[in-house]
Design a protein. Structure first.
Length: 55
């Protein structure tokens, strides 16, 4: 369980670090909204996986 949490958090941080440079350089509202939606979907999936039973 602990590995699942740590691996998920590392994945979310890596996703944010990967998507941050284009968002900061281009400074487009449309791009920022798409990135936020994508990160939100990834975070939702992470929390859903944490709530599910371990196989």
């Amino acid at each position: 369980m602990k590995f699942k949490v740590i691996a998920g958090l590392i994945g979310l941080i890596m996703l944010l670090l990967f998507l941050a440079p284009p968002a900061l350089k281009l400074k487009s509202f449309a791009l920022a909204s798409v990135i936020l939606i994508g990160v939100g979907m990834a975070a939702y999936e992470f929390f859903e996986q944490l709530r599910s039973k371990d196989d």
